[in-house]
Design a binder for this molecule. Structure first.
Ligand code: IPD
Length: 271
């Protein structure tokens, strides 16, 4: 994508994220309509409304693009441009009035048959913090360049862990939690994947681990992390469309992966 095109796409994504964020802010204290609920997940009518607002903004300027959102698909599925949208990331926090949730929007381009993220925006409407990135350029927070932390030792690290929504993710990451909690400075579980990624990008966290996460949770934050000098290690889980992920500052992945391997093997032996 040409630089001028990426800049225009970023401006459009920022506008869409700010519009949806305003709707979230206006409804922060309101009783929310729950469309569906399961053991570890809530889907709100406001998720749908925010996605519609985002779709309208993005597809007005990009009528031939595809859009893959947590609340469904829109646009032209065959397009080489695809918006990837989580209208409210951290829905459970938002439902309970915990002001830690965000809007996540990525633009992906199909190159040689596979999609690569070229633009990313994550907006926290409660702190009015907006993270942006264009592939190949520095990541920014409220327009200022950001960089990952320089911490190398686990004992100085703040590591975030998410437990997604399924049993597989608990099976994989509970042993890792149990192992790391005694080795790192602090473990944090904040409940919004895109914010955890941009917190690593900003040097607030040193790493973030999650398994069973969807593309719309990680596409924008993953690019922002890479553009901030971090490492966005992720791979599709064998069982389906979800991903396993270890986002980090580029200095601690091997140490965390080594601990995770030992902890998971020990958990298997103890079964
Ligand atoms: C969820 C949150 C949560 C993470 C889950 C995500 P949602 O997204 O980011 O922190 O643990 O894996 O699915 O459902 O609030 O958009």
């Amino acid at each position: 994508m040409k630089p001028a095109d990426s800049k225009k796409a970023l401006a459009c994504a920022v506008l869409a994220a700010r519009r949806a964020g305003q709707l979230m802010r206006e409804n922060q204290g309101a009783v929310k309509t729950v469309n569906s609920q399961s053991a570890h997940d809530i889907k709100l009518e406001l998720d749908v409304q925010c996605q519609k607002l985002i779709e309208k903004t993005l597809l007005t300027d990009y009528p031939t693009a595809a859009l893959m959102g947590e609340e469904g698909l829109a646009g032209d599925a065959n397009s080489d441009l695809r918006w990837v949208v989580d209208p409210i990331d951290g829905t459970v926090n938002f439902t309970y009035g915990i002001p830690h949730a965000c809007v996540s929007i990525a633009l992906q381009e199909r190159v040689a048959g596979s999609f690569s993220t070229v633009v990313g925006v994550v907006y926290d409407p409660f702190c009015d913090e907006i993270w942006t990135a264009i592939r190949g350029q520095p990541a920014r927070l409220n327009d200022r360049p950001i960089h990952v932390s320089q911490r190398r030792e686990l004992r100085e690290c703040v590591v975030s862990i998410g437990f997604a929504k399924d049993a597989e993710s608990l099976r994989l990451n509970l042993p890792v939690f149990n192992d790391l909690v005694g080795r790192v400075l602090k473990i944090r579980m904040m409940g919004a994947a895109a914010l955890a990624l941009v917190y690593v990008a900003s040097g607030r966290f040193d790493a973030y681990i999650e398994s069973g996460i969807y593309l719309w949770d990680i596409a924008a934050g993953g690019l922002i992390l890479q553009c901030a000098g971090g490492e966005f290690w992720h791979r599709p889980r064998a069982s389906g469309p979800k991903f396993e992920m270890l986002a980090n500052n580029g200095l601690v992945r091997r140490k965390i992966q080594a601990r995770a391997k030992l902890a998971r093997a020990a958990a298997l032996c103890n079964q």
